[in-house]
Design a protein around this ligand. Sequence first.
Ligand SMILES: Cc1cc2nc3c(=O)[nH]c(=O)nc-3n(C[C@H](O)[C@H](O)[C@H](O)COP(=O)(O)OP(=O)(O)OC[C@H]3O[C@@H](n4cnc5c(N)ncnc54)[C@H](O)[C@@H]3O)c2cc1C
Length: 394
Amino acid sequence: MENRELEAFRLELRNWLASNIPDELRPENATKLPEAERVPRLRAWQGKLAEARWVGITWPVEYGGRGASIPEQIVYTEEMSRARAPEIIGHLGIGIAGPPLIAFGTEEQKRRFARRILTAEDLWCFGFSEPSAGSDLASLRAKATLEGDHFVLEGQKVWTTLAHHADWCMALCRTDPQSSRRQGISCLLVDMRSPGITVRPLRQIGGQAEFNEVFFENVQVPRENLLGELNNGWKVATAALQNERGILYVVEMQIILTKGRDDLMRLARERGADRDPVLRQALADVYLGVETFRHTCQRILDKLLRMGMPGPEASIVKLHWTDLTQAMARIAMSIVGSEGLLYDTPAAHSENLDPAQWVQRVFLGSPATSIASGTSEIMRGIIAMQVLGLPKGS
Ligand SMILES: Cc1cc2nc3c(=O)[nH]c(=O)nc-3n(C[C@H](O)[C@H](O)[C@H](O)COP(=O)(O)OP(=O)(O)OC[C@H]3O[C@@H](n4cnc5c(N)ncnc54)[C@H](O)[C@@H]3O)c2cc1C
């Protein structure tokens, strides 16, 4: 794509955002809205984005996207961040459920679900992890038994983000009890209003409850809600997880970390920590870490532009991002000291916050980064085998 066309794309989006972002949903205002009001308004905002085709831009045109190129995706992420656009409430549906639905779904499934994912008429969650199946997802035990024209689903999922608002769940379950590990698993599209589903929110260390336990007891799922082939759900799951660590992720991480580093340096200057001999060393390390991170991201993006696929380097980015996020949170906590322990419930966003409140939010949220989307140990395992060529560990 010509630079001129890309700049025209950037300008079109920038102008659209300038005249369409509702003030009450800007990050600093959205946090003041109670969740029961915020979620429907965020759904409406996404509906507006979908109408103008400014959401799910990587999706094919026939399913409501723009078939956006990689450079367009980069520009899109930069402009959304620059405009401080409101959160996209249906990001799990768009980024993780949509692509395998489009790749493996029947025409009927695509017609039924795709558009509603983009407009946020349907919110989606992911029922993959279970109490004894997280990193080792292939040991999952939730089971679905085919009885005539429907499956009967039994079992438990955990850490299911957004399940308390979701209309649909992409659930992995064992459909062939004789097979073990990756064989005999299927992917079902489960209506969250079906009888027999219980959702229990899990309160996190920071006070908020963003994810849940989900229990399925004798839940009937119509046979036509099987995504992909029976007993071949691992393929669907792999496609979903690949998208979770996809390209927008790399661009977003870069934007978030650079902003985090700038905020940290400002805090250090304001509090005189930039004169402390120990903290100065830590700040310099973080500065260099973020610069190295940005160069690694650039290398990955260049490879993507040339070859169309990210390699195992995406695991390096995830790992490095986690380490830097946690290091910055620890340094910020050292700077504010005991003030960072003052608040019962930290605010959800970092705009316009008391610095100590901001630090507390970042600090309490940081441990999750080394778990979500694959733990740091799993990332190191991938790097050891796929980048360094080391043998599989015992
Ligand atoms: C913020 C957040 C949101 C999430 N959202 C969802 C969601 O929407 N849907 C969903 O299904 N799940 C979700 N998860 C769950 C997430 O995918 C799992 O927590 C993650 O895969 C780790 O699994 P686990 O918690 O069972 O830990 P385990 O896999 O039990 O790991 C425990 C410890 O053992 C280590 N370990 C495990 N295996 C190995 C190995 N082979 N080599 C070396 N070390 C190993 C791990 O690194 C970890 O330190 C979410 C998690 C978080 C934190």
